[in-house]
Design a protein around this ligand. Sequence first.
Ligand code: GDP
Ligand code: ZN
Length: 324
Amino acid sequence: MKCTSDAGESASADPGATGEMLLRCEHATALVKGERVRAVIGDVVEVELPEGHDKGIIVDIAPRRTSFVRRDPAERTASQVLAANFDLVIVAEPIVGLNRQRLERELVLAHETGADVAVVLTKSDLADGNEAAAVVKDVSDLAGRDVAVLAVSTDDPDSVERVRDLVGPGSVAVLIGKSGVGKSSLVNLLAGAEVQDTGEVRERDGKGRHTTVDRVMVELPGGGCVVDMPGVRGLGLWDADAGLGAAFSDIEELAASCRFRDCSHVDEPGCAVLAAVAAGELAEARLRSYRTLSAEIADVRARRDEARHLRGEKASDRKKRRRR
Ligand code: GDP
Ligand code: ZN
């Protein structure tokens, strides 16, 4: 199992004894079916190494099995892929001071990737045993049946082993969570070496554009790889209907019984979701989160459609002008 980006492979370069090598590439983009696509961590790329060049050129990017997509923080009507071809997204939140709304958003984004999803609740040494167990239970209920929820602490090797088991040999996991939550510390323990700097901010913004300076795949001794996505600050939703449905499966299940198929669960008669809130079976805060995230997805879609529409108009304007 290779943990480096496949950008390292090139037919014309000497791959060495292991058959693997690292090769720097000229640009991180390639034209794929007429569109310029930026290669991201995890991408499988085809590289050419022209005679006399020491840098490769990415000529193709293979279709992505899974991808982590958010709204581009610098451009509201564009998306940005952060990682590709992984099997599991691990969402890290601190067990003390956990931000529910952030976790709900992270779960939507994680589910939308198409990969499996797990949650690690970090720094569990800062909570007492009962408190920790209560948070694990609460988050398990929130995240639903298919999401493993683990409490981890860097001073509890068993807890780290449980994360290793989750990743499993031969699979690739992406670790997300806000800066300072303990991702690098966890990666170092999983790797059995100091592969990531800890306790520092490793994100910078140049010209208002998000650039993460340190995004690597780390090979784990038991097999498998982890990609630490340091301090991904903006987690704007893009196309995330499927992710929303998976992260809020409790609400989607209730919604199937609403009288109207397009029920917005605000004030419609025969709304099964509102009935569940009234009966105390669904927390009102959870419905609020669902509505907020759902509205964000609709808003992004509307803006994107409008931008496309305007671009379309401009293109036809240009055509008209040429004809004159
Ligand atoms: P990252 O920004 O998510 O990569 O977070 P780091 O791994 O750099 O950790 C941020 C800070 O939290 C550092 O000072 C770590 O020493 C501390 N930290 C990480 N894991 C734990 C833990 O399990 N328990 C405690 N008490 N502190 C931790
Ligand atoms: Zn309804």
